[in-house]
Every structure is written in C-alpha cells, then in structure tokens.
Design a protein. Structure first.
Length: 88
C-alpha cells in the first residue's frame, strides 16, 4: 500500500481534484482520497492524501511523475507501507 501526499496549487491555493482524479484513473482501478490540511514552507494549504493498494511501485512512481507535471507541484510525498491491505 502507498500513501501519496499532494498539496494545493501555489497560485490558486486549491487542490485541482479534477486533474488529480483524471491521472489516477489512468493508472489505478481504485484509490481513496482524503481531504487534509498541510503545510509547505510554513504556509497552510489544502492538501490531499491518496491511499492506493498495489504492489507495483514503478506504476506509482510513474503516476507521481505525471501528477507533478499536471498539478505543477515541486514535490509530492510518498509513503510505502509494507503490510498489504486486506479486504474482508
């Protein structure tokens, strides 16, 4: 499982969720988007945490590269959780 942390657009100060979903839908069948408040360089900003269950790290990295371009992000955070999500 991976968690991806994305901040808001530096100009509009909003998360461009339509663009975010468009990219995610190209790469993954399912994911969860959580609304969050983050801080970047001391400034509060609207953020999103995306949880994706996959073992394909290369696919995650490719999606993040595209998200950085589409959302004009300097950095996107990534956390890899070694334990697999279980559906019960």
């Amino acid at each position: 499982m991976f968690k991806v942390y994305i901040g808001s657009n530096n100009k509009t100060h909003q998360v461009e969720e339509r663009k975010l979903k468009k990219v995610l839908n190209e790469y993954f069948e399912g994911y969860t988007i959580l609304k969050a408040i983050g801080y970047w360089k001391g400034q509060k900003e609207e953020s999103r945490i995306i949880e994706i269950e996959t073992r394909k790290k290369a696919k995650i990295l490719t999606a993040i590269k595209e998200l950085k371009e589409v959302l004009q992000q300097e950095e996107i955070g990534l956390v890899e959780i070694k334990e697999a999500l279980q559906f019960i």
